[in-house]
Design a protein around this ligand. Structure first.
Ligand SMILES: *Cc1c(COP(=O)(O)O)cnc(C)c1O
Length: 393
C-alpha cells in the first residue's frame, strides 16, 4: 500500500507541470535519498544556511544566497530586507513600516497573485505604466522613465517579475533604480529553463533574485532560493531564522551573518513563519547541483520524447487535432470540441488526470511532460480516447 493509500488520499497524473496546486513535480531518488538522510541528523540551522549560501553563490554568481520555503517566501524575505536593512529595531516592527521606506514600485502589468508576499512585509505597491494591450489598439507597456518618476524618499525597492513579456527590459529597470540607489528584487520563480537564468539576473546587476525550488529545478515542493547582495541576504536570513538565544551565546557563521555589524539581536522576524526544515534545505541543494549537472538539451530531449509518445498514441483519433508545440518546455496540444468539459472530466475521472486548463477557451488541452512518469503515458492516452468515444456516442 502506498503512503497515500494509507492516508486515504488518491494520487493524480500530473500533465499540468510543476504547479503548487497539483503538488509540484516528482523528486529524483537522489534528492529524496538526501532528504531522508538529512532528516536523521541535527544541525545548527544558521550553519546549514551558510553552507547553502556557499553553494548558491558558486552556482548563481551572487554574493550570498539562502534556501527559502518557496519563491513567494523569497519575495517576502527580500522585501523585508530592503525595508529593514540590518536594523534589528526595524526587523522587530515589521509589518508596521511607519517611519521606514515603505513603498515598492512595480509595473502594473506585472502585478500578480504572488505579490501578496511583497505586501505582507508591510509595504504599499506603487504601480506604474498603463498596459495598453487588451483593447487591441495599444502597443505600449511601462517604460523605464515611469519607474524613475515613481521613485521617491519612501521607495524601498523596485520589484520586477521576470517573464517573456515583461517590460521594460530588466537592464533598463536596474539602470534607473540604481541611479537612485534603490535595490531591484527580481521574481524569477518560473524562469528555469534555461539554466543560464541561474546567473543571468545577478549578472545584469539585480540586487536580489527569488527562484522557486519546486518547479523546474526539481527541489522539494516547498523550497526556493533567495540570492543576491550580501547585506540584503544577511537581513533576509535574520528575519527568517529562529533567534531564541541570548546575544552572548549566539555565534552565527560570519560568512553569512556578520555579528559585528549588528547592534543587537532582533526577536523572531516577519519571515519566521516561512520556516523550512533541514531536509528541505538539503533536498534543494542536491536538486540545484543536479539541475546544473544535466544540460538543458538532455532535459529537453526527455520531455520531447514524452510528448511524442503521447502524440503517437492519440494520432488517428478523428476528433482530435494533435500537435507538438516546441519551446523551452515542449508541450502536447490537443485541439478538440468541448475542451472545457473534457478537461474537467479528466480531473474528476479515475485515474484523475490534470492537464493545463489555460487554453480550454481556445478549444485546446495542453499537456506538460515535466511531471509525467513513464507508466502514466498510456493511461493518459487511453483515458482521453475513452472520453472522446463517450462524447461521440
Ligand atoms: C510559481 C511562482 C511564484 C511562487 O513560487 P513558490 O515557489 O510556489 O512560492 C512566484 N512568482 C511567480 C511568477 C511564479 O510563477
Amino acid at each position: 500500500m502506498s503512503i497515500y493509500e494509507q492516508l486515504g488520499v488518491r494520487t493524480i497524473i500530473n500533465a499540468k507541470g510543476p504547479s503548487t496546486r497539483v503538488s509540484g513535480g516528482r523528486l529524483a531518488p537522489e534528492v529524496t535519498g538526501a532528504m531522508a538522510e538529512a532528516a536523521t541528523y541535527c544541525v545548527d540551522m544558521a550553519e546549514l544556511q551558510a553552507g547553502a549560501s556557499k553553494i548558491i553563490s558558486e552556482i548563481t554568481g551572487a554574493e550570498a544566497g539562502i534556501v527559502t520555503s518557496g519563491a513567494a517566501a523569497g519575495l517576502l524575505l527580500g522585501t523585508a530586507a530592503c525595508v529593514a536593512g540590518l536594523d534589528p529595531g526595524r526587523m522587530a516592527r515589521l509589518p508596521d513600516t511607519a517611519g521606514m521606506k515603505n513603498e515598492v514600485v512595480m509595473v502594473r502589468s506585472q502585478r500578480n497573485f504572488y505579490d501578496h508576499a511583497v505586501r505582507a512585509a508591510g509595504v504599499k505597491i506603487v504601480e506604474v505604466g498603463l498596459p495598453d494591450r487588451v483593447s487591441g489598439a495599444g502597443v505600449r507597456d511601462a517604460e523605464a522613465w515611469e519607474i524613475a518618476e515613481a521613485i521617491n524618499e519612501a521607495t524601498a525597492a523596485v520589484v520586477y517579475v521576470s517573464a517573456r513579456r515583461s517590460r521594460p527590459a530588466l537592464e533598463e529597470v536596474i539602470r534607473v533604480a540604481h541611479a537612485r540607489q534603490i535595490p531591484v528584487l527580481v521574481d524569477a520563480a518560473a524562469q528555469l529553463p534555461p539554466s543560464t537564468n541561474l546567473q543571468y539576473f545577478i549578472g545584469l546587476g539585480a540586487d536580489l533574485v527569488a527562484y522557486s525550488g519546486g518547479k523546474a529545478m526539481g527541489g522539494p515542493q516547498g523550497s526556493g532560493i533567495l540570492c543576491g547582495k550580501r547585506d540584503l541576504v544577511m537581513s533576509a536570513i535574520l528575519q527568517n531564522l529562529d533567534l531564541d538565544i541570548e546575544w552572548d551565546q549566539w555565534s552565527p557563521p560570519s560568512s553569512l551573518i556578520d555579528k559585528a555589524r549588528l547592534t543587537g539581536l532582533p526577536p523572531h522576524g516577519i519571515g519566521r513563519s516561512c520556516k523550512l526544515g533541514k531536509e528541505t534545505i538539503v533536498g534543494l541543494l542536491v536538486a540545484l547541483k543536479r539541475y546544473r549537472a544535466v544540460s538543458d538539451e538532455v532535459r529537453h530531449q526527455e520531455w520531447l520524447s514524452v510528448v511524442h509518445h503521447l502524440a503517437a498514441g492519440l494520432r488517428g483519433v478523428s476528433q482530435l487535432k494533435v500537435s507538438v508545440r516546441e519551446g523551452l518546455v515542449p508541450k502536447l496540444v490537443i485541439g478538440l470540441e468541448n475542451a472545457r468539459d473534457i478537461c474537467r472530466e479528466l480531473q474528476n475521472g479515475e485515474p484523475s488526470i490534470h492537464v493545463d486548463p489555460a487554453y480550454v477557451e481556445d478549444g485546446q488541452l495542453v499537456l506538460n511532460p515535466m511531471c509525467l512518469a513513464e507508466g502514466d503515458l498510456d493511461r493518459v492516452v487511453e483515458r482521453i480516447r475513452a472520453l472522446v468515444r463517450k462524447e461521440d456516442s
